[in-house]
Design a protein around this ligand. Structure first.
Ligand code: SF4
Length: 383
C-alpha cells in the first residue's frame, strides 16, 4: 500500500458462509469469514487447495453458480463519491437520497443490472489461466475494446482503440500487438493482456486468482513486479489468492491464512512471515525454503486437508496439529486479537486455543511450535 494512503475501508466482508449442495452432503466451502480490504491495499489470501480462498473471492464478485450458494453474510463495498456516475453507485446513492456518497452497499444484494456495472467499473478479476480467460479466436485489441464499448458506450471507436493501445503500453506490451491473437503471445504477455483488460475501467479492486501459477519463475517475477508498479501508479486494491505463501510475503500488505473454509490467522505480511502464530501457518511457511534470512528447516504438514462435507469437530486442524490437546477436538477456536510488535504493525488475529488464556497461560513461541513439528516428524509422517 502507498505509505501516503490512509487505511480507509474499501470492502468489508462480514460473517460470509458459502455452501455447495451435493448429493452426498453439504460442502461447507467458506464458513463465517470476516475481513476488511483497505483502499490501495494488497490483501493476500493463502491456504492449501480446497481451503476456500477462491470460493470466498468468487462469492464477493458474485461469480458463484449453483449448486454453490451464499448461506449467510454480507460484502459491503465503500464507493468513492462520484457525482456524475452511472451504474451501481448512482443507483444506490439515489436510493439513499442522493447525498450518501460514502454509504456502503452490499454487493451480495445488487440487482443484475447494478452488478453488470459494478463488476468492471469497481471490481475486476484476473483468472489463473490467461489462455482460458482470453477468447482464442479474437485479437487482443478487440477483446480490450469489447470491455470499453460495453461499459463506456459514449466512446467512439477511435477513442476505444486509443485507450486499448494505452492499456497495452501500461502493461508493457507494444501497440503493434493490438492485432495479435492469444496464441501468438507468450504466456507472460497473455497474462499481461488479461491484467490490461482488468484495468480497462480503472476498478478499485482487482481480484487476482493465482495469476502467475502457470508461468515460469522468471516471468512470474516480472508479472509480480508489474502488478506492484501498476498498483503504485493507479492506486487500486488487490486481493491476491495463492497457495504459494512465499509470493505473498513479497507482495502483500496483509496476509490471511485459510484452513477448511475458515480464516485461521490474519496480520501484516511481516507478522505472519516472521512470527506465524497459528500452527497451520507455521507449517505452511516452513513447507518451502526461505529465500531471505537464516536457513530454516523445511517441514511438511502431516495428513491432508479435511473433507468439507465432514469437517472435524472443534478445531478443524486438530487431526494434523502437532500441538493439539483435548479441548481442540471439541471446542471451536474463534479468531482473537493477539499483541503484535511495533515492527509487525496491525494487530494479529489468530484462531487457536493456544492463544486463549483459559487454556494456556503463555502463548507459544515460534521455537515451541518448531519443536512440536520436530517431535512429530521424529515420530514419523511429518516430512
Ligand atoms: Fe492446534 Fe488446537 Fe490450535 Fe487447532 S486450536 S491449531 S488443534 S493447538
Amino acid at each position: 500500500m502507498n505509505a501516503s494512503m490512509k487505511r480507509e475501508p474499501l470492502l468489508e466482508v462480514k460473517h460470509l458462509s458459502v455452501e455447495y449442495d451435493a448429493p452426498n452432503g453439504t460442502v461447507h466451502a467458506v464458513t463465517d469469514v470476516s475481513l476488511t480490504l483497505h483502499r490501495g491495499e494488497t490483501f493476500g489470501l493463502a491456504g492449501e487447495s480446497g481451503s476456500g480462498k477462491s470460493t470466498l473471492a468468487y462469492a464477493v464478485a458474485r461469480l458463484l453458480n449453483p449448486p454453490a450458494r451464499v448461506s449467510s453474510g454480507e460484502a459491503l463495498y465503500y464507493p468513492r463519491p462520484m457525482p456524475a456516475q452511472n451504474g451501481a453507485h448512482a443507483s444506490r446513492q439515489a436510493q439513499s437520497g442522493g447525498g450518501a456518497a460514502w454509504q456502503p452497499f452490499d454487493i451480495l444484494r445488487l440487482s443484475e443490472e447494478e452488478l453488470r456495472s459494478f463488476r468492471w467499473n469497481d471490481l475486476a478479476i484476473v483468472f489463473q489461466s490467461a489462455m482460458n480467460a482470453l477468447n482464442p479466436v479474437m485479437d487482443i485489441g478487440t477483446q480490450i475494446m469489447d470491455v470499453l464499448w460495453t461499459h463506456q458506450s459514449y466512446l467512439s471507436k477511435e477513442e476505444c482503440k486509443q485507450r486499448a493501445v494505452e492499456l497495452l503500453q501500461l502493461v508493457g506490451i507494444a501497440p503493434d500487438r493490438l492485432k495479435s491473437y492469444p496464441h501468438e503471445l507468450s504466456g507472460g504477455m497473455r497474462q499481461r493482456t488479461v491484467i490490461a483488460i482488468a484495468l480497462a475501467l480503472s476498478p478499485e479492486i482487482i481480484i487476482m486468482d493465482e495469476p502467475t501459477t502457470a508461468l515460469d519463475v522468471v516471468v512470474q517475477r516480472d508479472i509480480l513486479g508489474e502488478i506492484l508498479r501498476l498498483q503504485a501508479q493507479l492506486g487500486f486494491a488487490v486481493i491476491f489468492i495463492t497457495h504459494d505463501l512465499s509470493l505473498l510475503l513479497e507482495l502483500a500488505d496483509t496476509v490471511a491464512i485459510m484452513y477448511a473454509g475458515r480464516l485461521v490467522e490474519q496480520g501484516s505480511q511481516r507478522a505472519v512471515y516472521e512470527h506465524p502464530r497459528h500452527p497451520y501457518s507455521y507449517g505452511l511457511i516452513n513447507s518451502f525454503p526461505s529465500l531471505h534470512g537464516p536457513r530454516r528447516k523445511a517441514y511438511g504438514i502431516p495428513g491432508t486437508p479435511p473433507d468439507l462435507r465432514a469437517v472435524p469437530t472443534g478445531c478443524a486442524f486438530h487431526p494434523r496439529c502437532p500441538l493439539a490437546f483435548n479441548a481442540c477436538k471439541t471446542r471451536l477456536p474463534l479468531l482473537r486479537q493477539v499483541a503484535a510488535t511495533a515492527e509487525e504493525g496491525a494487530p494479529e488475529q489468530v484462531a487457536c486455543h493456544l492463544y486463549n488464556q483459559a487454556f494456556r497461560e503463555e502463548a507459544p513461541t515460534s521455537a515451541d511450535i518448531a519443536a512440536a513439528y520436530e517431535a512429530k516428524a521424529e515420530r514419523g509422517g511429518v516430512r
